[in-house]
Design a protein around this ligand. Structure first.
Ligand code: ADP
Ligand code: MG
Length: 263
């Protein structure tokens, strides 16, 4: 297997919260308490755990939006340093958030939304960027006519396709999808999952797929990490974690899954 693109070593994140009137003791929250994780191209890592266990914090660390307060993040084997380091990292690792309604700028057309990362990174000419944007619309299953609309004019599932097109604009090696289907109608969730699966296969991307729902993660992941209270309590081959969970918390999560109750 190829060497990892991103490596997390003993990553900790402690948020300071406002003291005085705060419900948190000591004015801080330990969102991540020592996480090791390797992310490589061609592999999907599923991250599953209940709300508040630290999944989104982990996503932000992996894409460089949250600085760890302990431990380290390596990009292609080295710490990310300086402006060029951060730019290279930003190109190689991109993110799709839970709610496309808030992740997209409501005043920007779909075309400009997809062009934006390419402009920011100074890639190509105006003409080549536009050609690429239309290509990306096609990749995510949207018609060319979608280019001219703003997010409010399309459905939630179509908006998430736009967010995925934007995430692909810089030809990343890794996509981190944080609950990419949780805000969508049940009827379109499978379509977005299938799209992400197709992209992974066809583009050879590495993917981190985050969900509170272990059944969702199961079908798209090669390996699964189960998180509880800021740590990974179990990790393994997706089949193994499902068929033979070693950790008591994993068994609890599986037991709580409605589709198993109805099986
Ligand atoms: P998840 O995505 O699994 O629901 P998060 O990473 O969003 O978990 O949150 C982990 C913990 O950190 C929670 O207790 C949450 O309340 C807290 N938290 C998240 N973001 C912040 C923040 N910016 N400031 C303070 N606490 C935060
Ligand atoms: Mg979250």
């Amino acid at each position: 297997m190829s060497s990892p693109i991103v490596e997390l070593r003993g990553v900790k994140v402690t948020y300071r919260t406002r003291t005085g009137g705060s419900v948190f003791k000591h004015g801080s929250v330990n969102a991540l308490r020592g996480v090791d994780l390797d992310i490589s191209v061609g592999q999907t890592v599923g991250i599953v755990g209940e709300s508040g266990c630290g999944k989104s914090t982990l996503a932000k660390v992996i894409v460089g939006l949250q600085e760890p307060t302990g431990g380290s993040v390596l990009f292609r084997g080295k710490p990310v340093r300086g402006r060029k380091g951060r730019t290279d990292f930003g190109r190689a690792v991109s993110v799709v958030f839970q709610d496309p309604a808030t992740a997209l700028n409501p005043r920007m057309t779909v075309l400009n939304t997809i062009l934006d990362p390419m402009q920011v990174h100074g890639i190509g000419t105006r003409r080549s960027r536009e050609a690429r944007a239309y290509e990306l619309l096609d990749v995510v299953g949207l018609p060319p006519s979608a280019a001219a609309v703003v997010p409010a004019q399309i459905s939630g599932g179509q908006r998430q396709r736009v967010a995925i097109a934007r995430a692909l604009a810089l030809d990343p090696q890794i996509i981190v999808a944080d609950e990419p289907t949780s805000a969508l109608d049940v009827s379109v969730r499978a379509q977005i999952l299938n799209l992400l699966g197709k992209l992974k296969r066809e583009l050879g991307l590495g993917m981190v797929f985050i969900s509170h729902d272990i059944q969702t993660v199961r079908h798209v992941s090669d390996t699964i990490c189960v998180m509880n209270d800021g740590v990974i309590v179990e990790r393994g081959d997706a089949e193994q974690v499902f068929d033979d969970p070693h950790d008591a918390y994993t068994r609890k999560l599986l037991g709580a899954a409605p589709s198993l109750l109805h099986a």
